[in-house]
Write a protein that binds this ligand. Structure first.
Ligand code: UT7
Length: 356
């Protein structure tokens, strides 16, 4: 069975730069607070009348396809990871397919809803498709447009300050080169804290699961409503229940534990240690998380790539954007051992080792 490799990579971030000072004009926050707690200096936002998650995903995809040296019609499957899809349904996979003009072959398209770990999960699915021989050119896109779904009042500052828009894409192909390509992936999830980093409404069931688990938080669930109209109520809108919510401290603590665990699991699986890693690309959730993980794994600064300072957290897009930037900067070279890892909403997390 061949391994699969990343044959082409690209990223796209919108031109509009939004600094911490810009946010401070809308809510009670400061450049100092945001930089100190998260490392973020600025992020990018799309012009909502020009771009969407699918269109920026397609922009990144065009670059990845060109760098893979294939024609768009040779893509034989699309995987699209996002938590901010253009529509409730259908997913962004088919929208990107249409946007790219991939039409001749009526290829399959699949959306992945795994939030921060969406790219790692998507890469693992692509890897399995390619290894099994089912597909030869899988296009994997991770893209987010957060800027249209955030609360820009002080109420939402703990979430809004962190997130930005952006997209990354890779083309996965088989490789016959022994020991090259994707070596292993380890994926995990634990639904215990599903509502602790979530976008619950409009979802139809408004925190039903949380209630069942004994969580008294008001997510807008109305047990008297028999059917219909559950998607948006005045109560939800009046009480900021139509925005993402996050228990930052809980997520932070879980992240700094699970990141090292899953990375060590992947390294042990292949008989490597942290010293063997040439470049570690952590999901860009918070610079403090990345730095703590780096310290726990005893990685040198030159072994880690962070760019959250410039883009904020672009969720499913952070890893392909950072990987692409690092590759463009000459930090990802033939034969290097690359480790990518993510943790986030679900909770879901995972790590992949790639021999470039
Ligand atoms: O990729 C998805 C995964 N997400 C994450 O990994 C996020 C993990 N969590 C975090 O990154 C951090 O918990 C945050 C950056 C979200 C928050 O940092 P923190 O050090 O945990 O702060 P906190 O939530 O304990 O808030 C401290 C104070 C609070 O005020 P009081 O209650 O002490 O008066 C907040 O209301 O800071 C306040 N605060 C802010 N102040 C200014 C929260 N957000 C802001 C803000 N600007 N943007």
């Amino acid at each position: 069975m061949p391994n699969s490799k990343i044959a082409g990579i690209g990223f796209y971030v919108p031109e509009k730069v939004v600094t911490n000072h810009d946010l401070a004009r809308h809510m009670d926050t400061s450049d100092e607070w945001i930089q100190e707690r998260s490392g973020i200096v600025e992020r990018r936002y799309v012009n909502r009348h020009e771009d969407t998650t699918a269109t920026i995903g397609a922009k990144a995809a065009r670059i990845a396809i060109e760098r893979a040296g294939i024609d768009k019609e040779e893509v034989d499957f699309i995987i699209f990871a996002t938590l901010s899809p253009d529509y409730y349904f259908p997913g962004c996979g088919v929208l990107a397919q249409r946007e790219l003009g991939i039409s001749k072959t009526e290829i399959g398209a699949l959306d992945i809803r795994n939030q921060c770990s969406g790219f790692v999960y998507g890469l693992t699915v692509a890897d399995q498709f390619v290894r099994s021989g089912m597909y030869k050119n899988v296009l994997l896109i991770g893209a987010e447009v957060h800027s249209i779904g955030l609360d820009f009042t002080t109420r939402g500052r703990n979430v809004t300050a962190l997130f930005g828009d952006g997209a990354g894409a890779v083309v996965i192909q088989p490789t016959e080169e022994k020991g090259k390509g994707i070596l292993t992936s380890k994926l995990h999830s634990d639904g215990t804290y599903a509502e602790k980093l979530a976008y619950i409404n409009p979802g139809g069931h408004s925190g039903y699961h949380a209630k069942k688990m004994g969580d008294d938080t008001d997510f807008g669930y109305d047990p008297d409503q028999e059917f219909g109209g559950l998607f948006l109520t005045q109560h939800m809108m009046d009480n900021a229940m139509t925005f993402p919510n996050m228990d930052g401290k809980l997520v932070f603590k879980a992240a700094v534990t699970k990141f090292p665990e899953v990375i060590m699991e992947a390294l042990n699986d292949q008989g490597y240690t942290t010293e063997d890693i040439d470049l570690f690309i952590p999901h860009q959730a918070n610079l403090r998380i990345s730095q703590l993980v780096q310290r726990r794994l005893k990685l040198r600064d030159d072994q880690v790539w962070n760019n959250i300072q410039r883009y904020g957290n672009t969720t499913a897009a952070t890893i392909p954007i950072a990987l692409c930037e690092a590759w463009e900067a000459g930090k990802v070279k033939e034969g290097d051992l690359i480790c990518i890892a993510a943790f986030g909403s679900g909770f879901t997390w995972g790590a992949t080792l790639i021999r470039w």
